[in-house]
Design a binder for this molecule. Structure first.
Ligand code: CP
Ligand code: NVA
Length: 329
């Protein structure tokens, strides 16, 4: 499998075999790291990390993975660089492409990361856009395989805003890998019909399926994986909280949902999560709306079924695999 020179912008661009290769490579690199075996033949290479939105996991994963592999990193955010204000994405891409061997971008519209990739001349990696979060998907897939042993036939239920990056990306990943994807949410938060149709095609080829339902009990029945995400994403206005809380509260992941899933079911979340009052936004939402836990209860988040920190760790191993493969392993 040769992915050298490829961009990593959305899993739509990758075959199931290529996705499997990237997850396998991540598992191999994880094992090597645990055994203290260095994979650092990228000395002399450098990567640029552009973050127009904030991050803990994605930034640290790119930095640690790059450093493990012997590479240098430069972090750029929208306040400390010329990006957007004084310099277009196309010009930025052509400058960074002359200095760096790869570029990560986290920000707003997918068209921005595509523009960057078009002009950079080096691999560009999507670290999250409004539409997609493909590096998160590799971590999800690795975590599912570690806990449940396979992808084919696994029923993954996504609860929450399924029109945004996480819902879209999970639907694509599941459809490609032969999984049974269910978006269990209010109709207005279903993924777009265009993307659903495209994923139905992937599912036909892989033996997977796509279900959209508003019914929590039938939607989560016998699920293998329950997944959720914040109800309000980065970059969205504060005013949408009231509507999201009203419409998405019935889709909170709680004990009743987990009991309706399979006994062996796992719970996961891309993180960060609002499951208690230990965050500034969590406290503000509580003061205004009186809810102390939002998309997931603290009980489920802290339960033995929760694999959220395994998935968080796997961000680093999978991002390392993406960089290694596209820079040439
Ligand atoms: N899951 C995820 O992308 O986390 P960060 O926003 O912390 O990078
Ligand atoms: N939907 C969330 C995902 C965070 C990893 C956001 O875009 O903020």
């Amino acid at each position: 499998m040769d992915l050298k020179g490829r961009n990593f912008l959305t899993l739509k661009d990758f075959t199931p075999e290529e996705i499997t290769y990237l997850v396998d490579l991540a598992a191999e690199l994880k094992e090597k790291k645990k055994n203290g075996e260095l994979v650092n033949h990228y000395v002399g290479k450098n990567v640029a990390l552009i973050f127009e939105k904030t991050s803990t996991r994605t930034r640290c994963s790119f930095e640690v993975a790059a450093h493990d592999m012997g590479m240098g990193t430069t972090y750029l955010d929208s306040t400390g660089s010329q990006i957007g204000k004084k310099e277009s994405i196309a010009d930025t891409a052509r400058v960074l492409g002359r200095m760096f061997d790869g570029i990560e971008y986290r920000g707003f519209g997918q068209e921005i990361v595509e523009e960057l990739a078009k002009h950079a001349g080096v691999p560009v990696w999507n670290g999250l856009t409004n539409e997609y979060h493909p590096t998160q998907m590799l971590a999800t897939l690795l975590t599912i395989r570690e806990h449940l042993g396979k992808w084919k036939g696994i029923k993954l239920v996504y609860m929450g805003d399924a029109r945004y990056n996480m819902g879209n990306s999970l639907m694509i990943a599941c459809a490609k890998m032969g999984m049974e994807f269910t978006a269990c949410t209010a109709k207005e938060y279903f993924p777009s019909s265009g993307l659903v149709e495209q994923c139905q095609e992937y599912a036909k080829a892989s033996g997977g399926s796509i279900t959209l339902t508003e019914d929590v009990m039938s939607g989560t029945k016998d699920a293998d994986v329950i997944y959720t995400d914040v109800w309000v994403s980065m970059g969205e206005p504060e005013e949408v909280w009231a509507e999201r809380i009203k419409v998405l509260s019935p889709y909170q992941v709680n004990k009743k949902v987990m009991e309706n899933a399979k006994e062996t079911a796992i719970f996961t979340h891309c993180l960060p999560a609002f499951h208690d009052l230990k965050t500034k936004i969590g406290q503000e939402v509580f003061d205004k709306f009186g809810m102390k836990e939002l998309e997931v209860t603290d009980e489920v988040f802290e339960s033995a079924q929760s694999v959220v920190f395994d998935e968080a760790e796997n961000r680093m191993h999978t991002i390392k695999a993406v960089m290694a493969a596209t820079l040439g392993y």
